[in-house]
Each structure stands twice: as C-alpha cells, then as structure tokens.
Design a binder for this molecule. Structure first.
Ligand code: PPS
Length: 300
C-alpha cells in the first residue's frame, strides 16, 4: 500500500442528525434518502454497531443462500462479503438497492431513525447482532489502526474516552442498541449476540435459518456452520477482507479477522478504565432487559 493514500484519506467525522458519519465515505443527503426506500417483504437487513460481527453474519447469510456450498462464493473471487451484502449507507449503494433483484440483503451500522419506517410495520426482516461493548471497543481500536477511512488513535486511552463519548462512526454504542432494541417487537427482528454465536454456532445458524424461512438439510446446515467458523473464514479471502485494496485497509498494520473471541478487553483495560466503563454501562443500561457475556469462561 502507498502510505500516502492513507494520509490523503478523509477520515473526518461529520455529525448528522445526532449521528456521526464519515466524510467522503457517506453522503448525509443520500443517507437521508434511505428513509424513503420502498421495502419488500423479502428484504433482509443485518444491523450492527461496528465490530459486532457484521462480516460473520454476512458469511452466514451468504452460506445459507448457497445451501452451504462454499464454491458459490469462492468462484466470485473479486467480490468480498461487503460486495455481496453491501452497506446501504455507503456512497452509491442506495441507488443500486432500488432496482436490485429479490432477495435484497444489506447491512447497516445506522441508527434506527434513518431506516425506512416500513420495517416497523413488519415489512422485511432485521437481524440485529449485538456484542459486549468492551470487546467492541478493543476491536474498534485495532480497526482504527488498519482502516484508512478512520482516524488512527493517538493511544488506547484516548480511544477509550472517545468511544465512551460516542465520538466514533456509529456514535454511542448505548444509543444504538437501546433504540433498535426498543423497536424490536414492531419489526420482524431476530436479536442475536456475538457471544451466543461463539458459544454455539450450530444453534445460532439454525435460528437464523428458521428466521429466514430457509429450507436446508442437516448436512447443508453443517456446511454453513463449517464455513462460518473464525478459523475457516480466515482462510477465505472474501470472508476476511484480505483482498480489500490497500488504500482502504492497511493490511500490514493488522488483520480484519483479529482474535474472534470474548474477553480480549481484559488484556487492554486498566482496573480504573474497567471501573469507569462499568459505571457508565450501569447508568446507561439500567433498564435494558439483557445480560451480556463478558468472558469466554462465563460459559463454563
Ligand atoms: S465491521 O468493520 O464493523 O464490519 O466489523 P465486524 O465484522 O462487525 O466485526 C469484526 C469482528 O468480528 C470478528 N469476527 C469473528 N469472530 C468470531 N467468529 C467469526 N467467524 C468471526 N468473523 C469475524 C472479527 O475477528 C472482529 O473482532 P476482533 O475482536 O477484532 O477479532
């Protein structure tokens, strides 16, 4: 990669209706037009706060569509998971969505208020993937080093504070999950966590398949699971973003498929940072009816 490319990349955050977008990557006017899109019953939106398992859910949906046959995506070797299930909010992607054939599958990091209200009238389907925010923070910190559209963090401490203030693309993790979750029952929504997927990928894939009314044999489902594990996805260039051009991801600075586990925050947070995070978490998530898994050993 030409390092000058990284320097010329515009990674300024733009506040738009209380939500941070990335200058050059998103166009606020175009993002506003997403609200007026017609939704078909067959549309599927994967909704995530960044670093919560987006590429993983893309992989599972692609594999379900292909009935577990990996060659269906490996023969498309110029296309990454993000080309096959694109971000609706990226510059230029909204227009393509309008005329795309069904089933239209898209991902978004946007907050609830930007998406078409038809979703709240049970049109289309939404899969919300949530991940414990301490691991999200650490994953996002490393991604800021690799992704040239994001500002390289000054230090972990500095990024930690920015994340808690919501001064990152995606804004506040707390707002994101709370607003989407509060509309869960109005939508056809599957709410699933990264941690559940780590704990039992087979059951998670079965739930997703059922939710999307897919009909796969047990053998096909087993193949979906096989091609969606962290170790196998790492070997698939499209599913690990290894072929994403160097002007977007500085591959020599880290891998997109980094650790893929629960509890890596323990290797990064100081005791004081952890206490501060817990304080904010308790205040923000007081009424949230959900328990997060913070450590891989919590399953045992
Ligand atoms: S992004 O940039 O928002 O689209 O990133 P996203 O895909 O949401 O999240 C990337 C993190 O998900 C991990 N990942 C996985 N973990 C376990 N199993 C599988 N199969 C898997 N696929 C992706 C990826 O490694 C990133 O997490 P970290 O903690 O950085 O490893």
């Amino acid at each position: 990669m030409d390092l000058n490319d990284a320097k010329t990349h515009d990674h300024k955050l733009v506040a738009h209706k209380g939500f941070y977008l990335i200058n050059g990557t998103h166009d606020p006017d175009d993002v506003d037009r997403i609200y007026n899109l017609d939704i078909r019953d067959s549309d599927v939106f994967i909704v995530t706060y960044p670093k919560s398992g987006t590429i993983w859910m893309q992989q599972i949906l692609l594999m379900l569509e292909a009935k577990g046959d990996l060659t269906a995506i490996s023969k498309l070797n110029n296309y990454s998971n993000a080309d096959l299930i694109p971000w609706i909010e990226l510059n230029g992607n909204r227009q393509a969505f309008i005329s795309a054939p069904s089933p239209r599958q898209r991902v978004t990091h946007l907050q609830y208020q930007f998406l078409p209200p038809a979703l709240s009238q049970k049109k289309g389907k939404v899969i919300y993937v949530a991940r414990n925010p301490k691991d999200v923070l650490v994953s996002y910190y490393y991604f800021h080093k690799v992704a040239n559209m994001l500002e390289t963090p000054k230090s972990f401490d500095d990024f930690f504070e920015k994340f808690l203030r919501g001064e990152v693309f995606g804004s506040s993790w707390f707002e994101h999950i709370k607003t989407w979750y509060s509309h869960k029952d109005e939508m056809n929504m599957l709410f699933i966590t990264y941690e559940e997927m780590i704990q039992d990928l087979q059951s998670a894939v079965e739930r997703i398949s059922l939710f999307l009314s897919k009909e796969l044999t047990n053998e096909q489902l087993t193949n979906v699971v096989k091609h969606s594990t962290f170790s196998n996805m790492k070997k698939i260039p499209q599913a690990s973003y290894e072929q994403v051009p160097g002007d977007l991801l500085s591959h020599h600075l880290g891998r997109f498929m980094r650790k893929g586990t629960i509890g890596d925050w323990k290797n990064h947070f100081t005791v004081a940072q952890n206490e501060r995070f817990d304080e904010v978490f308790l205040r923000e998530m007081e009424d949230f009816p959900f328990l997060f898994i913070w450590d891989i050993n919590d399953f045992k």
